[in-house]
Ligand binder design. Structure first.
Ligand SMILES: O=C(O)CCC(=O)C(=O)O
Ligand SMILES: [Fe+2]
Length: 471
């Protein structure tokens, strides 16, 4: 008789994985970001990408330094590693599917098609059948002709422009960061979350706001579920419960707020002048003039994410070979990113990225889309609307038998375990690529043992010898 065990939460220490040195690939992502940002913002000076001792690190250096300041650390942080390039693979752009690639699978009365202007594919809703293939070649895609209501930027602007005291009243009483109002002041970012599992914390007495928010959420999650269905044409790849149930899905209105950023910078400068900071004036001034990462590179904890945003554009995504794509807003289209759960569902049959690392990944495996938001200071506020399709918290991602002492135990790894692990990762929100060392995944290890640093070993997602993915 086997016992059943549900993996809900457990830390896994693996400090070593943080100290790989910068790779050729990392500088390639940085230089691509730099040249894309400069192309899109010609008024910026290239020297803005240099920043003290980390000049070579360009944008990432800024992020890194910000983190040192945030944490008050005095030592140089562990370096950042990036997805490895796979020189043996043909370049992404050469790998477009031939027309009618999926026509055998479908009874479509038209030839599915997409275009790549901009570089990320644009697919009509009626051609969603192309998605499973496209997502093995591109990190993201746009959907047009989607029949969604207008993206509710008006609601985002409304809620994120209330007075500070009104915003405070929209915070979750339990301090949830996924419901109601929240902010990260020194990144100039604030957001409001709708989470159907929790009480609605929208502007008081505003029934129209609530109705429009829910309507967009419902139609957008339906589109994401329709995308999931495309993976199940031949067999169940994405669990039916996700296709049929909104589970723990949520919606977010975001504002990248120039004034908030400015106020924070001025506060720091004043603090310095009062002699409360040891940092040099020059550094503050540089900081004031520097372009700014406003959302650290990460992957999303979901199955799929739908995003639409206003100008100034600022979202960048990259693929497993480190090619960076600007993901500008496209009129009438929404952008779709793959989330952390996709490699779990599209792994090689019988294997899981959770435990088999990159051995679970084939070229048909859909990897989570790494992305970052970077808005140059002075470009104005940016708003975005984001919908995340997620399963229920107790959805089982993987089931396996393990031995605990002399007992055979059936272990279920749940979505909420994954979520908890990710939230414990300090400063890095991308799943990394590596083979999970089995001995570190023993079920009897107590959760959150003292001194542990939680590091995710889940996203066996990049190819190549230095295939770690961490920031
Ligand atoms: O603002 C955006 O475009 C993206 C936001 C994002 O990546 C997130 O909320 O996870
Ligand atoms: Fe994201």
């Amino acid at each position: 008789m086997r016992e059943r065990l549900t993996r809900r939460s457990r830390a896994d220490s693996d400090g070593d994985r943080r100290d790989g040195s910068r790779t050729r690939d990392s500088s390639s992502i940085r230089s691509q970001l730099k040249s894309l940002v400069l192309r899109q913002n010609p008024e910026l000076s290239p020297s803005m990408f240099s920043h003290g001792a980390d000049s070579e690190d360009s944008i990432v250096g800024l992020l890194k330094q910000q983190r040192i300041k945030d944490r008050g650390a005095t030592t140089t942080p562990k370096s950042y590693t990036f997805p490895a390039d796979n020189p043996t693979s043909p370049p992404v752009q050469d790998e477009e599917p031939s027309p009618g690639y999926f026509s055998d699978d479908l009874e479509a009365d038209h030839e599915p098609s997409f275009n790549t202007d901009p570089e990320l594919p644009i697919v009509k809703r009626k051609d969603l059948c192309m998605i499973p293939h496209l997502l093995t070649k591109y990190p993201a895609f746009y959907v047009t002709d989607h029949n969604l209501p207008h993206t509710p930027f008006d609601l985002a602007k409304h809620v994120l422009n209330c007075t500070d005291s009104e915003k405070e009243s929209l915070r979750d009483p339990q301090k949830s960061t996924t419901n109601g109002y929240n902010l990260v002041r020194d990144q100039g970012r604030e957001w409001w979350d709708y989470n159907p599992q929790s009480d609605f914390l929208g502007p008081k007495g505003d029934a129209a706001y609530e109705a429009a928010t829910k309507e967009y959420f419902n139609t957008a999650t339906q589109l994401l579920q329709d995308i999931c269905k495309q993976f199940n044409i031949v067999g169940e790849v994405i669990p039916k419960e996700i296709v049929n149930d909104r589970g723990y899905s949520s919606m977010r209105y975001l504002r990248y707020n120039e004034d908030m950023l400015e106020t924070e910078i001025n506060k720091k400068i004043r603090k310095h002048r009062r002699g409360e900071s040891s940092e040099s004036v020059e550094e503050h001034i540089k900081e004031q003039e520097s372009p700014k990462f406003t959302f650290e590179p990460h992957t999303d904890l979901d199955v799929f994410t739908l995003i639409d945003s206003t100008e100034p554009s600022g979202l960048y995504v990259w693929n497993k070979r480190g090619k960076v794509f600007p993901a500008k807003p496209v009129k009438g289209a929404v952008l779709i990113l793959a989330g952390d759960l996709m490699p779990c569902y599209t792994a090689i049959k019988g294997k899981s990225p959770l435990f088999d690392g990159k051995d679970a990944v084939s070229d048909r495996t859909v990897l989570p889309t790494a992305h970052t938001v970077w808005v140059p200071k002075g470009a104005g506020d940016r708003y975005s609307v984001e919908v995340s399709l997620r399963p229920k918290r107790n959805a089982v991602l993987w089931e396996r038998t393990i031995n605990i002492g002399s007992k055979e135990v059936m272990e279920n790894t749940t979505f909420w375990w994954l979520a908890t692990e990710k939230s414990r990762v300090d400063g890095r929100k991308c799943f990394m690529v590596d083979k999970a060392p089995e001995k570190k995944l023993e079920a009897e290890r107590p959760a959150g043992a003292p001194g542990e640093k939680s590091v995710l070993l889940l996203g066996a997602v990049m190819t190549g010898p230095t295939s770690k993915f961490s920031w």
